[in-house]
Design a protein around this ligand. Structure first.
Ligand code: 5GP
Length: 189
């Protein structure tokens, strides 16, 4: 996606340990016009699937997920990182966070996912694939079906795609970062 790649090169910043900061347009301050284009691109890439629900994980996945859900006219549900006091029946799993280097629980109410669901998972980043595997685990516990996973940015050198594709998952990323070595952003053409 040309517009996105251009923006990453213009406004993205590299941090120690292979972290790309895009918080001026994707995951802190948001550019709704860019997010709309991202949604349109996800719709195009998953148009042939039988998706009936979009799923993401809070907080950074919510913006691209809701754009995609709005354009497809489908419900969007996000996995929560804190169990609400009022949630009685839920599914949970543990995810290892690469950026924070710790494990955390994610939960989803059993009310919003079930065997009738064909899920498209949308998130901001694909790194090692841990968040995605956590979501896959929730989907499996619910007896739902996963139709694919879409990421705004994939860091190819952290190999999350290999892990997901080895499980037969259709993976689509709108910008693929080949390297962040020496604080230089290299994006796949
Ligand atoms: P994974 O679970 O694939 O290792 O990492 C994906 C999650 O970690 C994403 O949901 C994202 O929030 C966060 N993440 C991974 N790499 C980066 C990065 O380079 N920059 C930012 N801002 N978040 C990242």
């Amino acid at each position: 996606m040309k517009l996105l790649k251009k923006r990453i090169l213009q406004d993205g910043k590299c941090y120690e340990g292979g972290i790309l900061k895009v918080d001026s347009f994707i995951n802190h301050q948001l550019d709704p016009t860019l997010m709309k284009s991202i949604g349109i691109e996800f719709v195009r890439r998953f148009a042939t699937t039988n998706v009936n629900k979009i799923m993401t994980i809070e907080a950074s996945g919510i913006a691209p997920a809701i754009m995609t859900g709005y354009l497809m006219d489908l419900p969007v549900v996000f996995a929560k990182k804190k169990l609400p006091n009022t949630m009685r029946n839920y599914l949970s799993t543990t995810v290892h966070s690469f950026t924070k280097d710790r494990d955390y629980e994610v939960v989803i109410s059993s009310e919003f996912i079930g065997p009738e669901d064909n899920i498209l998972f949308i998130d901001d980043f694909l790194a090692y694939g841990n968040a995605a595997l956590g979501i896959l685990n929730l989907i499996e516990q619910a007896g739902a079906n996963l139709v694919g996973m879409g990421f705004i940015i994939e860091k190819e050198f952290q190999n999350g795609r290999l892990l997901l594709e080895s499980k037969g998952i259709k993976v689509e990323s709108l910008a693929i970062i080949e390297s962040l070595s020496n604080r230089i952003i290299k994006i796949k053409e």
